[in-house]
Design a binder for this molecule. Structure first.
Ligand SMILES: N[C@@H](CCC(=O)N[C@@H](CS)C(=O)NCC(=O)O)C(=O)O
Length: 223
C-alpha cells in the first residue's frame, strides 16, 4: 500500500481538485480508479457515509469530501501553500470555497442541465453567482492573489467544465464581454502547468457529459 492513495474517476471534477493540490505540492501518490456503477468494497469501506469519490487515504487513514481533503493536504504538507497566512484571509478563502459548493456550482449545473422554462429560471441565479465571483477577481490574476490557491482549485471545474457543458448544451454562460475577469482567470488557471498537464481530454468529457445531459433532460435535473 502506498503512503498516499487517491480513489477517483478520470472525470470527477471534485477528484481533480485533489489531483491538482497533490501535484502542486509535489506529493507522490497512487491512483485507484473507481467504476461508480460498481463501487469497490474499499471505497464503500473508506467512505461509508457518502460512498463518493474522491477519497484520500494517508497512511491507511481515509479522508472524504474534496474541500475537507484539500484542508488536510494543506495542513499536512506545508510546501506551496494554498491558503494565506493571515487568519482573516484564510477565513475569507474558506468562505468562497464553501460558496462555490453550496451555491455557485449547483446553480451553474442546474442552468446547464435544464431546458425550456426551467432553464430560463435557472440562468439568472447562475449569472448572479458568477457576478459575485467576477467582483472578487478585481485587481487579481487568481482568486488567491498572484498565484493559484485553494479557492482557485475549488472553482477549477468552472475553467474545466463550462466550455464542455457549453458545447454539450448550446448554452453560452461565460463570455469575455459579460465576465472579463472570470474569462481571463479561466485562461490563467488553465495555463498553470500542473493544471494543463492534468486536464482530462475535452472530447472525452464532451462525450461523457452528453450522456449525463441526455439522462437529466429525460429524468429532470436535481436542484
Ligand atoms: N461533495 C463531494 C462531492 C463528490 C461527488 O459528487 N462525487 C461524485 C463523482 S463527481 C461521485 O462519487 N458520485 C457517486 C455517487 O453519487 O454515487 C466532494 O466534494 O467530494
Amino acid at each position: 500500500m502506498a503512503e498516499v492513495e487517491l480513489f477517483r474517476t478520470w472525470s470527477s471534477p471534485f477528484a481533480l481538485r485533489i489531483v491538482w493540490a497533490l501535484k502542486l505540492k509535489g506529493i507522490e501518490y497512487e491512483t485507484i480508479f473507481e467504476d461508480l456503477s460498481n463501487k469497490s468494497s474499499l471505497l464503500l469501506e473508506y467512505n461509508p457515509v457518502y460512498k463518493k469519490v474522491p477519497v484520500l487515504v494517508h497512511n491507511g487513514k481515509p479522508i472524504s469530501e474534496s474541500l475537507v481533503i484539500l484542508e488536510y493536504i494543506e495542513a499536512t504538507w506545508k510546501q506551496t501553500p494554498l491558503l494565506p497566512e493571515d487568519p482573516y484571509e484564510r477565513a475569507t478563502a474558506r468562505f468562497w470555497a464553501k460558496f462555490g459548493d453550496d451555491k455557485l456550482l449547483p446553480s451553474i449545473w442546474h442552468a446547464f442541465m435544464t431546458q425550456g422554462k426551467e432553464q430560463e429560471e435557472a440562468i439568472p441565479p447562475a449569472i448572479e453567482n458568477l457576478n459575485l465571483i467576477e467582483k472578487e477577481l478585481k485587481g487579481k490574476e487568481f482568486f488567491s492573489g498572484e498565484t493559484i490557491g485553494l479557492v482557485d482549485i475549488a472553482f477549477g471545474c468552472i475553467a474545466n467544465l463550462v466550455s464542455v457543458l457549453e458545447v454539450v448544451t448550446g448554452l453560452k454562460l461565460i463570455d469575455a464581454e459579460k465576465f472579463p475577469l472570470l474569462f481571463k482567470w479561466m485562461q490563467n488557471f488553465s495555463d498553470v502547468p500542473v493544471i494543463k498537464e492534468n486536464w482530462p481530454p475535452h472530447d472525452k468529457l464532451v462525450t461523457k457529459f452528453q450522456a449525463i445531459h441526455k439522462t437529466y433532460l429525460a429524468t429532470g435535473a436535481p436542484k
